[in-house]
Design a protein around this ligand. Structure first.
Ligand SMILES: Nc1ncnc2c1ncn2[C@@H]1O[C@H](COP(=O)(O)OP(=O)(O)OP(=O)(O)O)[C@@H](O)[C@H]1O
Ligand SMILES: [Mg+2]
Length: 259
């Protein structure tokens, strides 16, 4: 971001057709990492390669669902308008949408089960419906990589489960790579191939059990972290506080090296 180092000493490679859960508490650097892949945040030392090249902005091979999304006061725009705006962004300059683009919009809406939302105003949709629409928007342009930043936020457990299942189906059917950021691990269990855990300014990538354990997380944070497993769910504890359920800005402050 120009003023501080958010992540350092990361050396990892993500392969094609992987669904990676990007985990870490508030301020861990999830959004920063996704924005670096989009070419929006500079890499200060070392290199970041996306499909074998340096990141560039406007890469049509990447679909992006940003963390802060259109809210209910998005006005009278209906579902289809939102997707059409993304399609127009792809081929801007055209005052109208050609048949192929209209078909792509229909396809994207159908793929996420949102065809019935096409005519509904955004303001009249539930959080889960809006999130599905935002997912459809990432599919425009047939990307090979989806960067989804906190698609589970504000969803109840049932809708979280539906979103995770939908993303996993899309990822497998379309044979694409997905980076799925979330500060909660449990909803993604069973649906992701590997986990990329960001914490203490560093990262660990691997299977859930090889990353979400006392030794690896304690090394990342530089302090004692305890991972508790209970009924198939994981709880990452710093003392008696659960790490993904509180704000740890103070804790992280000391872990960022100034530039
Ligand atoms: N535009 C910015 N300028 C300076 N620092 C920033 C900027 N955006 C983020 N940061 C800092 O970078 C660090 C990582 O933030 P980032 O948004 O990547 O975390 P995150 O893991 O996405 O957190 P959250 O779970 O809250 O979305 C934080 O300490 C944050 O304060
Ligand atoms: Mg974020």
């Amino acid at each position: 971001m120009g003023s501080r180092v958010v992540l350092r000493e990361i050396d990892l490679e993500i392969g094609p057709r992987e669904l990676i859960g990007v985990l870490g508490p508030n301020g861990a650097g999830k959004t920063t990492l996704l924005r670096a892949i989009l070419g929006l945040v500079p890499v200060q030392n070392g290199s970041l390669m996306v499909f074998g090249s340096a990141p560039t902005t406007g890469n049509a091979a990447i679909g992006y669902m940003p963390q802060s999304r259109v809210t209910a006061d998005g006005g009278r725009l209906c579902g289809r308008d939102i997707i059409a705006a993304a399609a127009r962004g792809e081929r801007w300059g055209l005052p109208w949408l050609d048949l192929a683009t209209r078909r792509q919009i229909d396809w994207a809406l159908e793929r996420v089960g949102a065809s019935e939302l096409a005519r509904r105003p955004l303001a009249a949709m539930s959080g889960g419906e809006r999130q599905r629409l935002m997912l459809a928007q990432t599919l425009i342009g047939q990307p090979r990589l989806l960067l989804l930043d906190e698609p589970l936020v504000n969803l109840d457990p049932r809708h979280q489960g539906e979103m995770v299942t939908l993303v996993r189906e899309l990822q497998q059917d379309l044979g694409i790579t997905v980076l799925f950021s979330t500060h909660e691990l449990n909803p993604l269990l069973g649906a992701m191939d590997r986990v990329l855990y960001l914490g203490g300014g560093q990262a660990a990538l691997g299977s859930v059990d090889s990353v979400i354990n006392n030794a690896v997380l304690s090394r990342l944070y530089g302090t004692e972290i305890e991972v508790i497993r209970h009924r198939g769910r994981y709880f990452v504890m710093l003392g008696n506080q659960e790490l993904d359920h509180s704000n740890h800005d103070d804790f992280f402050e000391g872990h960022h090296a100034p530039v």
